[in-house]
Design a protein. Structure first.
Lengths: 479, 485
């Protein structure tokens, strides 16, 4: 395997978060009854004309600025001509020679913490096609045009990725970014973010790229990884057994985890692109671009850096916390409220909170404990009212809706015992009840220290201040 | 014999000398009487027309009438009309009833216009003789053995025969001006973007423009006033204020510089046309214009350029007719390809297929640069020629066509001969300029037209010049024999 190098480029279609379609006033709401969100423009009726949705342009510009790309002051819509039942006009309106976004970059972070810069060749606006429904119709195909005309931003990367893992990291970074800047909901089940991959292999050190296959239908991070891994192995096997990779489009089958040929290059359509005479070129003035720049939030990369520098978090923690804007916002709200305990806040947000969300299948904005309430819990750890261990119990109670931290601590009597005298008395009782262990400990089995701690905590139902327990136990056991 | 022009009728209505219902009934009767003979109409909708006429009469009675209120008219059957079949003269749309009005239809209806029906045309507006219509050719009221011109042939014949005082048209390469010239009436093609294209069955989007065929330049001003203006549903419509065309029509034309591009008097121009044009140019001189020779060197390239650009756009615009959602659908298709091939094979006529093939070819991989891109560059040269000429001249004039109307069937076998009939009109579409054609006499008993081209958005200027010419001449008042009042 190490003889071979994998080369991957991704084309990601992000559905832009607009209320209406890119060229008509029809709604973009997901899940409506078939064809109920398709107006006459979407249906391609004679004499109907496209009118560009300015919000889609704004969102595309926002993306361009977020990846440090050139935002074209003039871009042009073109027609991509082909016949298909889910393409009512017989052409798709897209951008071809002059896209709205050109040449940007996105930094990805790999699992080992290393960073890599991936080039984004272009991003262009286009309309989505409808959907053919083959089930439920005998001897015919149904067409649902609700999706026809939904605005998409097609984001085309350079062939900069060298493994399936890098491709996944890139797709995750795009997924994170588009939600960060609020241009796409990122919902992959609903098709709001879709991915095609161009994959080829070459001998390590070779200058030329190998012949590539385009993989379609990679609609989850896992599929991206599986499909590319399968395809890379297939291509290497093919070449090593004397065959040749042909340029073609291959469909990923998620049930069998394999790719299958859809159509070869020679069967490919000649799309006969030409500028759409129904639409004027999109001309953006500098003031507009600047106004979009001003509304741009702090981006994930910059935020990650800031959390490392100002909050003293590790690269890993900062990366996890900034992957989602809502998560980062939550963390920052908690740490600001607690004040100066960033590491504690980070651990708790990434630990207990994330686990609870995950367990209940909730997104961070659906959390049953809001940031301020959550901070209230952490403050009780900081001021030694409760131990970390007790705090977990309190958190579960908060999650179950029993109120804020103070209420629960009070109601359940969980206030930490910090009175040295009280703790010392309990330690004395424990030592008295365990003479054999005491003898062993004093005879050199120092591991038994943990046993004594456990007994003390058990006797206090975990409420004893652990630091105090440690200190006093050491003294008493030493005799 | 100009008693059927808009101005006269509007006065009569205002004075209570007639009613919209009476005018509409008369128009419907006239269409009935000679409809089959001329074949000018594809659809006549008497019920709607009379209902609209009744409403117009009420509006007139309330004193809320405008100049078009209550006057019968007709729409080229390329304009979508809500609830009324809109065919584009194609079998493909023989069953198509739009659930919407084109902006032009909507605006004229709002002005109180009474549409009596839909006029015949070349299929999808592709033709110069009205012979490509699925519903058969239209006859020229001046001589029923000759064509009325096209593609707005039905509108031209209907107005020439005074069935209605005006009708809408569209002009992609001359489709208003050429039939107006050949049928002896006035036709106006406004600047590209002046009138909304929304709801007009598209032929070539960068060239299509709606206008009017009518009796006089003054009437054209009334109709344009109602049609023109920005429409947010058409991104290429221009958001500039609409001037008052009607009051500008009497403007002074003395001292206006009128250029005659020598290319408009090339070899192919018939002597009779040449003579009529000379007289017209003299008339403008007599009216105080400064008439000079000029040149549009790239004009000869306009026909070949047009026949790359227009078919390219058409091949894409007509892709939506696939038998899936509306229009003609082949029976019992065995699969998707069969559905497409037979629906389109059966639905489109020969000329439409020819242009789809040409358009598909010139946009194909490997040919795009040599044809489409090159054509766009030449188009720019043609536009530059006009712009240069308009630095020196206020208007450009010439014969609208090189010959008078030709015989039915004469040019159907030779598409190139047919295309060359638009040699003087196509350049104007390439440059997006406004132009009108007004009657300027006869060549062997058939009418010929004078084309007046203006600067972009100077419809006021060309209508004013045409109006002064029509004040000094009476060609526009001539009515073909048998159609007089």
């Amino acid at each position: 395997m190490s003889d071979w190098e994998t080369v991957i480029g991704l084309e990601i279609h992000a559905q832009l978060k607009t209320h209406s379609k890119i060229f008509s006033g029809a709604s973009t709401t997901f899940g409506a009854a078939p064809n109920s969100n398709a107006c006459l423009v979407d249906l391609g009726y004679p004499g109907m004309l496209p009118v560009l949705n300015k919000e889609a342009v704004r969102l595309a510009v926002r993306f361009g600025l977020a990846i440090g790309a050139e935002v074209a002051e003039r871009s042009v819509f073109a027609r991509k001509n082909y016949f298909y039942p889910d393409l009512p006009k017989g052409y798709q309106i897209s951008q071809y020679e002059l896209p709205i976004v050109k040449q940007g970059t996105l930094t990805i972070v790999l699992d080992d913490g290393t960073e890599k810069v991936i080039g984004v060749t272009r991003a262009h606006l286009e309309e989505d096609a409808g959907k053919s429904l083959h089930e439920n119709f005998k001897d015919s195909t149904g067409v649902d045009l609700n999706r026809a005309g939904v605005p998409l931003l097609e984001i085309v990367s350079e062939p900069d990725m060298r493994s399936a893992q890098e491709a996944v990291a890139y797709m995750k970074a795009i997924h994170s970014l588009v939600r960060y800047i609020d241009i796409c909901d990122g919902n992959m089940q609903e098709g709001s973010l879709r991915c095609d991959a161009n994959v080829s292999v070459r001998r390590r050190g070779a200058k030329e790229f190998g012949t590539r296959a385009e993989l379609k239908n990679l609609n989850s991070f896992r599929f991206v990884e599986k499909a590319i891994e399968y395809e890379v192995a297939r291509q290497i096997d093919l070449i090593e057994s004397g065959g040749e990779v042909v340029q073609e489009t291959r469909l990923y089958d998620p049930d069998r985890h394999e790719t299958r040929s859809m159509r070869a290059k020679e069967e490919a359509n000649d799309y006969r692109y030409f500028p759409d005479p129904d639409l004027l070129p999109v001309v953006l003035d500098v003031a507009f671009i600047e106004s979009v720049a001003e509304e741009l939030p702090e981006l994930p990369g910059a935020r990650r850096e800031r959390l490392m520098t100002d909050h003293g978090l590790s690269a890993y923690d900062a990366g996890v916390l900034t992957a989602e804007r809502d998560m980062a916002d939550y963390y920052e709200a908690v740490s600001a409220s607690v004040g100066g305990e960033e590491k504690l806040a980070a651990n708790w947000v990434m630990g207990e909170l994330a686990a609870a969300l995950n367990r209940d299948g909730l997104a961070i904005h659906e959390s049953k404990v809001d940031a301020e309430t959550f901070a209230g819990l952490l403050r009780r750890i900081v001021d030694n009212t409760i131990s970390g261990k007790i705090a977990k119990e309190v958190f579960e109670a908060m999650w179950a809706g029993e109120g804020d931290a103070d209420t629960i601590i009070d109601k359940r009597g969980l206030k930490q015992i910090t009175d040295t005298g009280a703790i010392a008395a309990i330690i004395d009782q424990v030592i008295e009840k365990n003479p054999a262990q005491l003898a062993d400990y004093r005879g050199g089995k120092e591991k038994l220290f943990g046993y004594f701690v456990g007994q003390v905590m058990k006797a206090t139902q975990g409420k004893a201040n652990p630091a105090e327990v440690n200190r006093l136990l050491k003294e008493k056991l030493a005799g | 014999m100009s008693d059927k022009d808009i101005k006269t009728l509007a006065k009569a209505l205002a004075a209570g000398e007639t009613t919209s219902v009476a005018l509409t009934e008369a128009a419907l009767a006239a269409v009935d009487a000679c409809g089959a003979e001329l074949n000018a109409f594809i659809t006549v909708d008497a019920d709607r027309a009379l209902a609209a006429a009744k409403a117009a009469d009420e509006r007139i009675a309330r004193g809320e009438a405008g100049p078009l209120t209550g006057i019968p008219m007709a729409h080229k059957d390329l304009f979508c009309t809500n609830g009324v079949k809109t065919t584009a003269a194609s079998r493909m749309l023989d069953n198509f009833v739009p659930p919407y009005d084109a902006t032009v239809v909507e605006r004229l209806a709002a002005a109180g216009a009474v549409s009596i029906g839909k006029t015949n045309l070349d299929e999808f507006a592709m033709g110069s003789s009205n012979e490509t219509s699925y519903y058969g050719p239209v006859k020229n009221p001046w001589d029923k053995t000759v064509v009325p011109g096209g593609s707005s042939g039905g509108s031209a014949a209907a107005v020439a025969a005074r069935l209605v005082p005006y009708a809408t048209g569209t002009d992609t390469g001359g489709s208003i001006r050429q039939p107006a010239a050949l049928s002896g009436i006035t036709g106006l093609k406004p600047t590209y973007g002046r009138v909304s294209r929304y709801g007009i069955v598209a032929f070539a989007s960068s060239l299509d423009q709606a206008g009017v065929l009518c009796v006089s330049a003054e009437d054209a001003a009334y109709v344009l006033q109602a049609m023109a203006g920005y429409d947010e549903r058409d991104s290429t419509s221009v958001n500039d204020p609409v001037p008052d065309y009607v009051s500008a029509i009497d403007g002074d034309i003395r001292g206006k510089r009128v250029g005659i591009p020598r290319e408009f008097l090339s070899e192919g121009v018939e002597t009779g046309v040449r003579n009529a044009f000379s007289a017209a140019a003299d008339e403008l001189s007599a009216l105080g214009c400064v008439v000079e020779e000029t040149s549009l060197p790239s004009l000869s390239l306009s026909v070949p350029t047009y026949y790359v650009v227009a078919p390219a756009e058409a091949s894409s615009n007509l892709a939506r007719y696939d038998g899936v959602r509306f229009g003609h659908r082949a029976e019992n298709p065995k699969d998707l390809t069969d559905l497409y091939e037979r629906s389109r094979g059966e639905g489109f006529g020969a000329e439409v297929k020819r242009r789809i093939l040409i358009g598909t070819f010139v946009l194909s991989h490997g040919y795009y640069d040599a044809y489409y891109l090159r054509a766009q560059q030449v188009r720019q040269l043609i536009a530059d020629d006009f712009n240069q000429a308009f630095e020196k001249h206020d208007f450009l004039i010439g014969p609208t066509t090189p010959t008078a109307a030709f015989a039915l069937g004469e040019k159907t076998a030779d598409p190139v001969q047919m295309y060359l009939n638009d040699i003087f009109t196509i350049g104007v579409n390439m440059a997006g300029l406004p132009a009108c054609s007004v009657p300027m006499g006869f060549d062997r008993k058939l009418p010929v037209g004078l084309q007046i081209i203006g600067r972009a958005f100077d419809e006021s200027g060309i209508l004013s010049l045409a109006h002064h010419y029509q004040q000094a001449t009476d060609w526009h008042t001539r009515v073909p024999q048998g159609y007089e009042e």
